[in-house]
Write a protein that binds this ligand. Sequence first.
Ligand SMILES: *Cc1c(COP(=O)(O)O)cnc(C)c1O
Length: 423
Amino acid sequence: MTLPLSHPALQATDPELAALVGAEERLQADTLRLIPSENYVSDAVLEASGTVLQNKYSEGYPGRRYYEGQQQIDRVETLAVQRAKAVFGVEHANVQPYSGSPANLAAYLAFAEPGDTVLGMALPMGGHLTHGWGVSATGRWFRGVQYGVRPGTGLTDLDEVRDLALKERPKIIFCGGTAVPRTIDFAAFGEIAREAGAVLVADIAHIAGLVAGGAHPSPVPHADVISTTTHKTLRGPRGAMLMSRTAHAKALDKAVFPGLQGGPHNHTTAAIAVALHEAATPAFRSYAHAVVANAKALADALLARGFDLVSGGTDNHLVLIDLTSKDVPGKTAAKALDRAGIVVNHNTVPFDPRKPFDPSGIRIGTPSLTSRGLGTDRMPLVAEWIDRGVRAAGEGDEEALATIRTEVAELMAAHPAPGLPVG
Ligand SMILES: *Cc1c(COP(=O)(O)O)cnc(C)c1O
């Protein structure tokens, strides 16, 4: 294996670290990445992330900083904010949260006091840790009440959400999650939140790119606050944003800084601005729709091979496979698929009888493969690989896994991604 000399200074200063980066580049190039929260950023986003904006301290907001020398930084952040407002059609945007989890914590700080009740989707049902789950600070410092999905359909139980909201009177209601394969009914959540007097936070971390590209309904105007990461389907750098109407702007800004954070990561802000510039293009719109078309085609091909899918399919980028009927535990399948060059994660399925560290499901998604130019015509092949891989996992057939790995690497070599070695 020859390592690419794409980072000459790193190579010269720290060959040990350079080798690790080179090996990671090789791994990303050769494998089929099906983790629904991952993606490949563009060359432009990569470049913006690696600029000298890294060197600057900028506590505060454009025009109101605690350090001098902000002539260009103010412009960069203002550009990112303007683009976020235009892409999502919101009145206010804060682009400073370091990541999705601190963005959500800022929403708590803005609208609740410790001990207050918050309502969110339970983690094993598809929610996120930061929506009030017990092991998270949000579940320890606040009183987390959790909703789930219906046993038969796997769909969010909106009757349960409404009953809990009216009974528990939460300060904040979260909608959105990490393993939700279906469209989120923001209008229904908005109505429930208004009825209960709660602030509705739409956490669109997973689907922000689909919303930006018109491939999923927008939470505007139903949600009071929109929280999102920038690195999942939005295809930007690792970071996050909080968006709202003007009425909530001050509370959110104060919560992010000085409430929770110090200096913003200006190189990340710059890369967010670039990603939003890309998200406003027709090409990105096509991308977002292709992500969904690929997920639907992949779901159909998996169903045809006898896989059970939570909710029976998908409306978005994500497919949640329940492997119970295949008699292979999720972690065993995920580890075997990894050896076959197919990168997924094990995941709980709703009402999972198995333990969270070795659950019944695997979670897959199409953002990354779509970024590499794979279309719906390839999804039957991807489903075939998953099928063969899961079967090989059950039979302990390492040779079959190695064969799949070779086939995967061959296809991926024909579909390069920015920043990765070719061939
Ligand atoms: C990914 C995600 C987060 C957290 O983002 P990090 O950047 O990993 O902290 C929060 N909420 C949801 C719904 C997510 O999918």
